[in-house]
Design a protein around this ligand. Sequence first.
Ligand code: SF4
Length: 364
Amino acid sequence: MDATEPTPIHGLTWKQLQAEAKARLTKGHGRARELYRQVTEEARFEPEALKLADRWAEGWREHFALPLPEVVRTISEEGETGTTAKAVLKLHDGWEVECVLIPMGRGRTTLCVSSQVGCKMGCTFCETAKMGLIRHLRADEIVAQILVAKHVLGWPVRNVVFMGMGEALDNADALFQAIRVLNDPAGMAMGQERMTICTVGRVDGIERLAREGLKRINLSVSLNAPNDAARDRLMPVNRKYPLAELQAALAAYRPRRNFTLGVNVCLMPGLNDSREDAAAIAAFCDPIARVLVNVIPYNPGSDPLTRAPSDDEIDQFIGWLRDEGLPVRKRITKGRSVMAACGQLGNPEARDELREKKRLRTLS
Ligand code: SF4
């Protein structure tokens, strides 16, 4: 971001805003608390509404802003547990990201938010991977998805999972800052226990998270394949951080006594759904103190690796995992018809757009 541009308030914690306002404004910084509430509780930034003298309100506008992405479109799908809705949001530089509201049953909802435009992790079952990494989101751009969902779209957001476009721990600085902003008692005051980071297995990111002191945050790992040969093929991150290394990092990650690691398995017929695969998942989980395995049916995208599993196949696999002594939750697939389900976010054409933009830049 250009240093001369106003600072997005929703990328700052209350204390950070207080310090910045004091440093930059000669008068009017005493109203920082009220403005922070406006921004974080109502997604509005109106210094004039505080009856400040015009020049002090202008000072606020010169140095601070609330740039929210534009809602390009929303698409929704009705399901057993409620409505799944996807929003496509356009950022200030024209790139688009997506966030998805997922009904979790009993009136609870989770907003799945993006941390990057595209992703460089290259998981072979994922639409976003086809875009490659275009850019990281800033902390305010991550927080903005929640503000837009709640206050522009009126969605009832309860929990947040960092599992949309991008690998959250590949953009750790912005992710951790966004979590601190969301968690700030002077602002949105969203409890850490209502937020989940999902990773494909960035061991360096897990170790960094352990040092970060976010003790109540939830963590889940997308395991998907329980042996290195299969995981290397499905998730190239495994070549850098093979299963033994990932397992050791997860076994060592114990931010609190009752911490339960989510282990996500996207069930892909013929690729990871055998009896042996179930036993290997159990062996992987064995040294980790507490786990909950989430079995997620594969959602075929534009270039499917395999078909979606049938209900019988899912139930059989879950039965094998339970026979191995693992606690398991079946995740009903939601939003498949609107490309809002796991692994279906993203616009693969964006990569071509980026190439074209670069080509035009070199010509001009
Ligand atoms: S599954 Fe997640 S980490 Fe893997 S390519 Fe897709 S967005 Fe990236």
